[in-house]
Each structure stands twice: as structure tokens, then as C-alpha cells.
Design a protein around this ligand. Structure first.
Ligand code: NAP
Length: 508
């Protein structure tokens, strides 16, 4: 297929990057994987870009016994294993922003020590950010103890107020999400709670809003009249890795579908918000979730990977992975057909597909437009002409691709499909920031636009909960399909989309 390389002229019309007010970040679970691989590298990038506030400290808390010096040494050696090319001095200055506190999350003395440390670092006129980077079992005791220690009191005035960042998973079904929300809301105001879905920090995902609402040419065709269907794919070629303990209990529907997939779907399909304010956008997302029709069990396929070949290497089946029970019935793949009951999307199917150990790792949103209503190019019929496609490439090569039909030079009638690919990395002449950079800065700024509101998360769980319950109660509907690792999923997923006369966008 001929590729058209885009030549872009970029004028930065309008560009805001606010620097947040002075901040103290308290990370619980600071000895863990998320802190090491995501939070600290993101903070280091922000530090190098001079985007951190003038006064900024991190109080790292965990049960592991360490002191400031040994924790700083750990961070330093971990950052040196990334492709950092700068000087040791810069690393040292950055690592000196970290202080370490060890303690039990259930013990009030931990919070008394924390309070003393916060006083010592001078918390007055600072944003206090508490990041829960621990397993979810301790979210509740941490917040309760922060409340008892008077550390998360909302002052209801001024720009400095304590905030709590809550990692996913937020609950494991509707009732546990309701319970966690109730516990958090007992102690915190909604404006203090930052429920993270790191997909919302990805540039392409954020760009969906600008693409739709900063251009006039797309919104008029963004509806059932012009769009045939929408496909959202989150495909991983990796297996369960070291996460079997959590993943085997959760399954893929909870791990990816309930959050990342629904969030991307909402941004693509919600109505225009009145403004780019957090609650105006989140109002429209919740309204959209209300319009998703309850998913029919016949419209969802659950499957698990068997042994297969990926990148010329034989990889084991899910049941053979370390930490997975040999008789596990946990799904590693979900495909579903969803309908949206609204004027805009009536009769437009949304196909969502996500799985582990698939042929390629990528995430994308593909908007498939309708065929032209009539062909003037006989003998080609309108249904034989490929329809236009617009694809948001979410990862790994973030960008946008638009396909159009065009005349191929030469013969009198020779139609070809051109793809206009805009890879952000190539055309924007800037490094793509990690999602955690954007999200951490937004927490410091008090901007909740990219975070999930209480009603939003409850509506998402409300859509997934009946499926989970049916899978638990009725083994016949829970029936697990299998697919070889390195394939595009089970045949039943192809049948699901095939039954609507469509096929998956990228399966080659
Ligand atoms: N890792 C990721 O890429 C990732 C991505 C998305 C979301 N998340 C979420 O982020 C959170 C942290 O993830 P993680 O991968 O960093 O987890 P982790 O490494 O398993 O745990 C983080 C730290 O929490 C402490 N911890 C472990 N079990 C505990 C328990 N039962 N009670 C109290 N403390 C305990 C441990 O530190 P001490 O023993 O020193 O206290 C551990 O170093 C989780 O909720 C996870 O689902 C992680």
C-alpha cells in the first residue's frame, strides 16, 4: 500500500505549561515496582525539564527498613540503568530531594513520624500529595490513618490542599468500588481524590479531545451517518510476567477492559463538553457511560493463551507461567461488541479487543467510515472501494493515520489507498513524555481532568459487574476459549465481528 509521508508545518498557536506550586510528595509503597519503574523516572524527567516546583521533596514510605542514604543510592543506581547520559552531579542533586521513612501502614506511630518529618521539611504553603503506590489492601488503612493524624484535612480555601492519588485497581467489582469510594469520601472531598488510569496520560489519548474539538472538519462526520463502526484494541505480546499473583485473581476484563478500554471509548464517543474544565469533561464521560447498553453475554468472548511462538521463540501457555495455578480459568483475552443508545451512535457497533501474548503489542482506536453511497468509477462498486479510516495509534508509535482513496499515476482508472501517517515523534520534534509525567504534574496543579471521578468509576464497574457475576454463577457462559500465543486471539473473536459483516482492523 503506498504510504504518503506527511510534511507538517507546525505553528504553536497556544501553549500552556504551568509550573505547580511548592509540593511535598509522600509515596507509600516506595520500595515497590511502580515507584522504581514509573514514578521516580517520571519525576527525574520533570526535574531535568525544570518542571518541578521550586520547593519539592519526596518522602518515601514503606515497611522495608532503609535510611535516606541507602534509599538515595538505590534510586541512583536504578536511574543509571535507564539510558541517562547526564552527569553524576545532576543525579545526586535529584536524589537528595528524597527522604525515607519506614513503618507499618496500620501503626499510628508511622503517621506521627510522617507528621514530624513533614513539619521538618516545612509543609506550610505546600501541596501535600499522598501517592498510594501500594497493593490495594492497604489503601483504606493508610487513608484512615492519614485522616486520624489530621494530614488530609481539606482547608476549603486557597490553592494548597492535601490530595491523595489512588492507583488502579480501584475495587475488584461494583460493590468493592462503592465501598472504597465510601471509605475515601468519609475522609476526603472528591476534589482531593485522584484515581489514576495511566492511559489517560498518554499523548494520543489526550489528543483525541483536541482532534475532535479544535477542528471543525471532523465533528460533523463524527456520527452514525458517516461512521460505520469503531474498534478499540489493546494488544500485548508479553505474558503475565511477575504479576501472576494479582492477575490470576483479577483477569483481563478487570485489568484492562473496565478501565483503559472504557476510558478511551468515552473520549472518542462522548458529546462535546462546554469547556476544557475537569468536571465539564467528566460530566460528558459519565453521561456517555450511562448510554452504553448492558453487554449481552453472547457479545463477549473470553479466552486464555496456550503455548505458541512469539518473535521466533516458543513461549509457555498461561497455565505454565510462574505463579499461575495449572488449572486456572482466568481469561487473558476479551473481545466484545458494544452498542450505545444515543442519537449520535444508534446502530454503530463498537468492537473492543484486548489480550496478552497476541501477535503484536500495540494499542489503537480505529474509526471506520462508511462506504461512499454510490460509485461513479464503474466497474468498481461502492462496497468494493475501501472506506476511509482514521486511526489513533496510542502505542508504541504514537500518532494518527488517515487513509483516503486516490488515483494512482498512470493508467486511466487506477485507484489506490493512501495512508497519511503522522508519527508524533517524527513531526513534533520533541520526546514523548511518559504518562506519569503529565499525571504527576496535574496532581500538583490540582487539575483532575485526566483522573476518574467517583460516579465515572462506579458506572464503569456497573457495566462490567453483571458480566463478572454471570461468569461466576453460570459455568456455561463462562466457557473459556483458547488461542495460541502469537496469534490474534481465538476464532470466536473473529466470528463475533464477522457476524456483523466486519473484520478486525489490524491482523497481519
Ligand atoms: N507496577 C506497575 O507497573 C503498576 C501499574 C499500574 C498500577 N499499579 C498499581 O500500583 C500499586 C503498586 O504497584 P507495585 O507493582 O509497585 O506493587 P508492589 O511492588 O507489589 O508493592 C509495592 C510495595 O508495597 C509494599 N507491600 C507489598 N505488599 C504489601 C502488603 N500486603 N501490605 C503492605 N505493604 C505491602 C511493599 O513494600 P514494603 O514491603 O517495603 O512495605 C512493596 O514494595 C498496586 O496497586 C498496583 O496494582 C502498578
Amino acid at each position: 500500500m503506498p504510504q504518503l509521508k506527511a510534511h507538517l508545518k507546525i505553528n504553536k498557536n497556544f501553549c500552556i505549561e504551568e509550573k505547580p506550586g511548592d509540593t511535598i510528595l509522600v509515596v507509600f509503597g516506595a520500595s515497590g515496582d511502580l515507584t522504581e519503574r514509573k514514578i521516580i523516572p517520571a519525576l527525574f524527567n520533570l526535574y531535568q525539564k525544570k518542571l518541578l516546583p521550586k520547593k519539592f521533596f519526596v518522602l518515601a514510605c514503606a515497611r522495608t527498613k532503609l535510611d535516606d542514604i541507602s534509599f538515595r543510592d538505590q534510586i541512583k543506581s536504578s536511574l543509571m540503568q535507564t539510558n541517562y547520559q547526564g552527569t553524576q552531579d545532576v543525579l545526586t542533586v535529584f536524589c537528595n530531594l528524597f527522604f525515607y521513612l519506614s513503618g507499618d501502614y496500620h501503626d499510628p506511630r508511622t503517621y506521627a513520624d510522617l507528621s514530624l518529618l513533614l513539619d521538618k521539611t516545612g509543609k506550610k504553603n505546600c501541596n501535600l500529595l499522598f501517592y498510594l503506590a501500594t497493593p490495594p489492601v492497604v489503601y483504606d488503612p493508610i487513608v484512615e490513618n492519614l485522616g486520624k493524624a489530621g494530614l488530609v484535612k481539606d482547608c476549603h480555601e486557597g490553592i494548597f490542599y492535601p490530595r491523595v492519588v489512588v492507583e488502579k485497581p480501584f475495587g475488584h467489582d461494583l460493590s468493592s468500588a462503592l465501598e472504597l469510594n465510601a471509605k475515601l469520601r468519609d475522609i476526603l472531598a472528591e476534589r482531593q481524590i485522584y484515581r489514576i488510569d495511566h492511559y489517560l496520560g498518554k499523548e494520543t489519548v489526550q489528543n483525541i479531545l483536541m482532534f475532535r474539538f479544535a477542528n471543525t472538519i471532523f465533528e460533523p462526520v463524527w456520527n452514525r451517518q458517516y461512521i460505520d463502526h469503531v474498534q478499540i484494541t489493546v494488544a500485548e505480546d508479553i505474558g503475565v510476567g511477575h504479576r501472576a499473583g494479582y492477575y490470576d485473581k483479577a483477569g483481563h476484563l478487570r485489568d484492562i477492559f473496565q478501565n483503559h478500554m472504557f476510558e478511551m471509548m468515552a473520549l472518542v464517543a462522548m458529546e462535546p463538553p462546554a469547556s476544557f474544565e475537569a468536571d465539564r469533561i467528566r460530566d460528558q464521560k459519565t453521561e456517555f457511560f450511562r448510554s452504553i447498553r448492558p453487554v449481552q453475554l453472547t457479545d463477549i468472548v473470553r479466552a486464555q493463551y496456550k503455548e505458541g511462538i512469539i518473535k521466533n521463540t516458543v513461549v509457555p501457555s498461561y497455565r505454565q507461567e510462574q505463579g499461575v495455578p495449572p488449572d486456572s480459568v482466568t481469561e487473558t483475552f476479551v473481545a466484545a461488541k458494544l452498542w450505545v443508545d444515543s442519537w449520535r451512535w444508534h446502530d454503530v457497533p463498537f468492537f473492543l479487543k484486548t489480550g496478552k501474548r497476541l501477535a503484536k503489542g500495540f494499542s489503537e482506536i480505529a474509526i471506520k467510515f462508511k462506504h461512499v453511497p454510490h460509485s461513479i468509477f464503474g466497474p468498481i462498486h461502492s462496497v468494493d472501494m475501501p472506506s476511509n479510516e482514521l486511526v489513533f495509534n496510542v502505542q508504541p508509535n504514537e500518532g494518527i493515520a488517515l487513509t483516503i482513496q486516490a488515483k494512482y499515476p498512470g493508467p486511466k482508472l487506477c485507484m489506490s489507498t493512501l495512508t497519511m501517517d503522522l508519527f508524533y515523534k517524527d513531526v513534533m520534534e520533541t520526546e514523548m513524555p511518559s504518562p506519569y509525567e503529565r499525571l504527576l504534574i496535574d496532581c500538583m496543579l490540582g487539575d483532575q481532568t485526566l483522573f476518574i471521578r467517583q460516579d465515572e468509576i462506579e458506572l464503569e464497574w456497573g457495566l462490567v459487574d453483571p458480566i463478572l457475576k454471570s461468569w461466576e454463577l453460570e459455568p456455561s457462559v463462562r466457557e473459556l476459549k483458547f488461542y495460541p500465543a502469537g496469534s490474534w486471539g481465538p476464532a470466536e473473536a473473529d466470528e463475533l465481528i464477522g457476524s456483523e459483516g466486519r473484520c478486525w482492523h489490524r491482523q497481519n
